[in-house]
Design a protein around this ligand. Structure first.
Ligand code: NAP
Length: 291
């Protein structure tokens, strides 16, 4: 175990989320040095050019060495390996946090891989993003007036939570705490299900023989609904696997509701259709107005 020499932040995965966090905390001067880590040298070199990070290391052990805050911002499928590679190189005062879109799987990975450092691991998830990927897509304002959910467990050090909270607050985000299982259920409904639906809709239409004509005449509604189907496929594959149970639960409910809607259309059931659409419009209008 090493002692921390200076305030150094390590971002593992300098993509949209990791890069945006680095940009935001850099603007506030929260760390003396920001080290990036990832697989592709081209992305890391670009991140240095753009002033997102000061330096980079491809070896995770070397990257976390002497850092006092480590943020894991890679796709969920890579978490376990990343935790295993950092474990023996973390300074004893280092806090580790993450930005993963599901929390129970990340906590399980961290508990298995981090050993004593697990108590300084603070699970987190910024509720902000776009369909773009990589350092180039990052921007400092991404988290302003957005929420960041922390899901500490009974094992998590209170001081580590306070440090992670302070880091996120300086990006302009509102930080809230939530139970990990509750987080996974809420996000399955509000984020994961919409992505699954958008991908499926585009895939279904793309497989039709008239696809060119369909896409040619696609208007604003189609664009709005399917924007998120341009998101990174590896990231969404990993989210579906990591949050399988919660996604299956809400997907099952959606499939039942879709079957009922199909039946109403088939039966020319005007009142059922009107009631459903009115209910949904009211619910959406209410939620938009309360934002
Ligand atoms: P991204 O833009 O693709 O960035 C991911 C970064 O991780 C890339 O820079 C990638 O660089 C690196 N990476 C991938 N696999 C790696 C590995 N095995 N080891 C080390 N580095 C690796 O993705 P993102 O949108 O920032 O998402 C990152 C995390 O944030 C995910 O866990 C996601 O669930 C979560 N999240 C995303 C959003 C969103 O809307 N996008 C919102 C909230 C949370 P290389 O390919 O060069 O290694």
């Amino acid at each position: 175990m090493k002692k921390v020499r200076s305030k150094r932040l390590c971002i593992i995965g300098v993509g949209l989320i990791g890069g945006s966090l680095a940009r935001a905390v850099r603007e506030k001067g929260l760390y003396h040095e920001i080290i990036g880590c990832g697989r592709s040298v081209a992305n890391l070199e670009r991140a240095v050019e753009l002033g997102i990070i000061d330096n980079f290391e491809q070896d995770i052990g070397k990257a976390v060495n002497d850092c006092d805050m480590v943020v894991v911002a890679v796709p969920l499928g890579a978490f376990k390996g990343v935790f295993e590679q950092m474990k023996d190189h973390l300074p004893d005062t280092a806090v580790v946090t993450d930005v993963g879109s599901a929390k129970q799987s990340v906590i399980e990975d961290a508990k298995k891989a981090l050993g004593n450092a697990y108590q300084n691991f603070v699970p987190g998830h910024p509720i902000a993003g776009t369909e773009k990927s990589g350092a180039e897509a990052s921007f400092a304002e991404l988290f302003q007036e957005r929420r960041v959910i922390l899901t500490p467990t009974d094992d998590t050090s209170v001081e580590a939570v306070a440090r992670v909270r302070a880091m996120w607050e300086c990006t302009g985000a509102e930080v809230i705490d939530m139970e990990p299982a509750h987080h996974d259920e809420v996000l399955a409904a509000t984020s994961h299900l919409p992505h699954v639906l958008a991908y499926t809709l585009v895939d279904t239409l793309a497989a039709m023989s008239e696809r060119d004509e369909i896409f040619q005449y696609a208007a604003g509604g189609f664009r709005d609904f399917t924007r998120i189907a341009s998101s990174d496929p590896a990231m969404w594959r990993d989210i579906c696997i990591a949050n399988r149970d919660a996604i299956m639960k809400v997907l099952g409910q959606y499939q039942r509701d879709l079957t009922a809607l199909s039946q109403a259309i088939l039966n020319n059931d005007e009142s059922a259709l009107f009631e459903l659409f009115s209910r949904a419009k009211q619910a959406r209008d209410r939620s938009i107005n309360s934002d």
